[in-house]
Design a protein around this ligand. Structure first.
Ligand code: SF4
Length: 301
């Protein structure tokens, strides 16, 4: 399923211009995205520039999204659903997760599954590329990345994907094994659990089994599906493809590390919570600056 959505973090111009607030309250008042942490790991200063100035969509990004959509359509019927409130936007994320978990049980595979939750006290949302249950019963999380050149990425690029996949697994497993903080979800994200979804939204999804007419009941059904699932395998995989002909270039297979992830999130959140300024890349990674749009204005070059 896909949506025509209001953004996760709606902001007024006034809010983005305020300098006394933390980056979290200024730019991500309804929570961070998993990709925020990968951007931050590449270069935090560059991420800060894009928060203030916006992010240009590159041709590589457009092609990467198109490939994800194509892979999604290979196994799922895509339904366009218009959402007009934040409750409906979240409703669609929950419904997509619910439908994916059903598909995983039925077909041992699902793609584009939303995962969400609080990580070190901050709300986080991400979309897992693929889950596949193997014959031995283990469910493997993987992501396909497309490459403009027919080679594997640098270690620095691999790290940005590793944090992404580790966060997905962390959030999925947390939904499976931990009590979800329902009260915080509704109060901190300012969502009304009881308001009935619009007729248009309900009509779009009812025939696909929508298990609730408001966010409160949909959350219950979705959490139940997560509780019935099993934690994901420890090994995670990023699969690289060449954009030109979709040929397979190779995989990065790596183990989930709770200690590494905890440290990265803790360090990253100190920036988001206004405890320190954004950092540029260390001297050994200055080569990244050659590919950066903000070189001319950056104090680190
Ligand atoms: S020029 Fe280098 S240090 Fe500055 S924002 Fe860009 S990548 Fe980061």
């Amino acid at each position: 399923m896909t949506s025509v959505t209001p953004p996760l973090n709606e902001q007024s111009q006034d809010e983005t211009q305020s300098s006394s607030r933390t980056p979290l309250s200024q730019f991500r008042k309804y929570g961070l995205k998993v990709t925020d942490f990968s951007d931050q790991l590449w270069c935090e200063k560059q991420m800060e520039f894009t928060l203030h100035r916006g992010k240009e969509k590159t041709e590589a990004m457009v092609q990467g999204s198109a490939r994800h959509q194509e892979l999604h359509e290979e196994i799922t019927e895509i339904v366009e659903v218009k959402t007009s409130t934040r409750e409906e936007w979240w409703g669609l994320q929950l419904f997509n997760a619910w439908a994916c978990l059903h598909q995983l049980k039925r077909e041992n595979i699902c793609r584009e599954i939303p995962v969400f939750g609080k990580v070190q006290g901050v709300w986080l949302l991400g979309i897992v590329d693929q889950l596949l249950t193997q014959d031995d019963g283990q469910t493997i999380l993987s992501d396909t990345k497309t490459r403009r050149k027919a080679n594997l990425p640098s270690e620095a690029q691999k790290l940005t994907t590793r944090i992404q996949l580790m966060l997905y697994k962390h959030m999925f497993d947390q939904l499976v094994t931990h009590d979800f903080p329902k009260e915080d979800y509704f109060t901190e994200l300012r969502l009304d659990p009881d308001v009935t979804f619009s007729d248009e939204f309900l009509e779009g999804l009812r025939e696909h089994g929508l298990p609730g007419e408001n966010l409160g009941s949909l959350l219950e059904s979705t959490l139940e599906e997560f509780r019935n699932a099993s934690p994901l395998a420890k090994e995670l995989e990023t699969r690289y493809e060449w954009q030109t002909d979709q040929s397979y270039l190779g995989s990065d297979i790596f183990p989930y590390s709770n200690a590494w992830l905890h440290h990265q999130v803790k360090t990253g959140l100190r920036y988001w919570q206004g405890e320190r300024d954004a950092r540029g890349v260390p001297r050994s990674e200055r080569w990244k600056c050659r590919f950066c749009n903000f070189q001319d204005d950056c104090p680190y070059t």
